[in-house]
Structure formats: C-alpha cells, structure tokens
Design a protein around this ligand. Structure first.
Ligand code: E4P
Length: 222
C-alpha cells in the first residue's frame, strides 16, 4: 500500500513526512488555493520538503486536450522531481491522457465516480486513477464498491493502471478500500494522524513505563 498526503500545507507535509511512510503528495486546485500563495512557489517548497524522488501530483485546468498538454509541459518544466499530472475524466481529459502517454508524462485520471470512467482512463494510458470514495457515498453510491469493481476490471483486462483511492472522511473508508484492492490512498493530514491514534496504545505504553521505573528506578533502556 502506498500513502499520499492530500494537502498543500508545507508545515503539515513536513511533519507527516517525518513520521509516516509517505510516498508523495497529491494536490488539487481547491487544496492549493487554500494556501494563499502563488502556486508555483508553493509546489516548489513542497518539493524541497519531500525531495525529488517522491511523487507530487498537480491537477490541470485546461478545457481542451491541447491546453492540458501545454499545462502539463509547463508544470513538469517548472517543478523539479517526479510530477504526475491529474486530469479529470472528460472527453478532452481522455484525449489529453493519450497525448501525454506519447510525451512520457505520467497522468492520474481524477474525479472518478464510476468504474467505467476508470476503465476508459486506464485504457487511454493513465498511470493512476482516483475514485472519490466519500463523494460517491454522499451521492448515495458506494465508494468502496466502486473501488472493488475498478480493481476487478483492471485485473480482468490486465491493465497496468493503479488505484489511488481519494476523498475520505473516516479511517474505516480507507481501511475498506485497501481491502477492496486499492494500491494507494491519499488522505488529508488530520485523517492520516488518526490512522495510528488509539487511546489503549497510549495507556499500555504508560503502564509499561511505570512498571519499568518501579523495578529499575529509571524509565529507559540506557
Ligand atoms: C484527491 O486527489 C482529491 O482531490 C481529494 O481527495 C478530494 O477529497 P474531498 O472529497 O475530501 O475534497
């Protein structure tokens, strides 16, 4: 399983990258504008924090495939390291994905609500697809089922595309998509912190320390 941070906040990324097994950072336009700063400066600072080897995802905004390809060339030229461009699954988006395959610029097909959107994107050559689990649930769909069906389709047709499940509101959804076959998930900093937060763990650690202290008079090994 690979874990991405869904945020453009440099301090949160720095902190999580220090403690958690992070593969990279995903952004979208809503996430970037929240930082109130020129987006290129923000992306370059994120790159400095995570290093050149980790993937950094940037969403394109062009309306036509040609505009998206221009944006993809621009962003991969301006921001160093491994950039993956995020492209919404529309007709123009699919065309852009096919054009970017030829240019060797990796893509993630985003804003996915149905298994067939993911299938078309994978057949067009997307490296990743991002089903929006919680947004699907909010539409009285079943986000986890969509992820499971995408995984089944990719396996049936032996497509190399991988699932980066996105849009979560709780840890249970993340747990369920991992079991449903998602290779990766992207989650916001607050949710990632909840992956390991469990009150009984803190209680156990404190009891171990107290017993050690009582027996040996110190609370460390050395
Ligand atoms: C990630 O790539 C998506 O843009 C993001 O996960 C959407 O999450 P939200 O539904 O919480 O906004």
């Amino acid at each position: 399983m690979r874990l991405y941070i869904d945020s453009a906040n440099v301090e949160q990324i720095r902190r999580l990258n220090e403690y958690f097994p992070i593969t990279g950072v995903t952004t979208n336009p809503s996430i970037l504008v929240k930082e109130n700063r020129p987006f290129l400066e923000q992306l370059k600072e994120i790159r400095e924090v995570i290093g050149e080897e980790k993937e950094l995802f940037v969403q394109l905004l062009g309306e036509t495939a040609e505009e998206m390809v221009d944006e993809a060339r621009f962003i991969t030229r301006e921001v160093p390291g491994k950039i993956i461009v995020k492209i919404p699954v529309t007709e123009e988006g699919l065309k852009a994905i096919k054009m970017l395959v030829i240019e060797n610029i990796p893509t993630l097909a985003t804003t996915i609500y149905t298994p067939f959107q993911a299938l078309m994107a994978a057949m067009a050559g997307a490296k990743y697809v991002a089903p929006y689990v919680n947004r699907i649930d909010n539409l009285t769909g079943n986000g986890v089922k969509v992820v499971a069906e995408i995984a089944k389709l990719f396996s049936t047709y032996q497509l190399p595309a991988e699932i980066v499940a996105a849009s979560f509101k709780n840890v249970q959804q993340v747990h369920d998509v991992c079991l449903a076959g998602a290779q990766s998930v992207t989650a916001g900093p607050d949710l990632i912190e909840k992956f390991i937060a469990f009150p009984a763990t803190a209680t156990d650690v404190s009891v171990f320390k107290k017993e050690w202290q009582k027996a040996y008079g110190v609370d460390r090994i050395n």
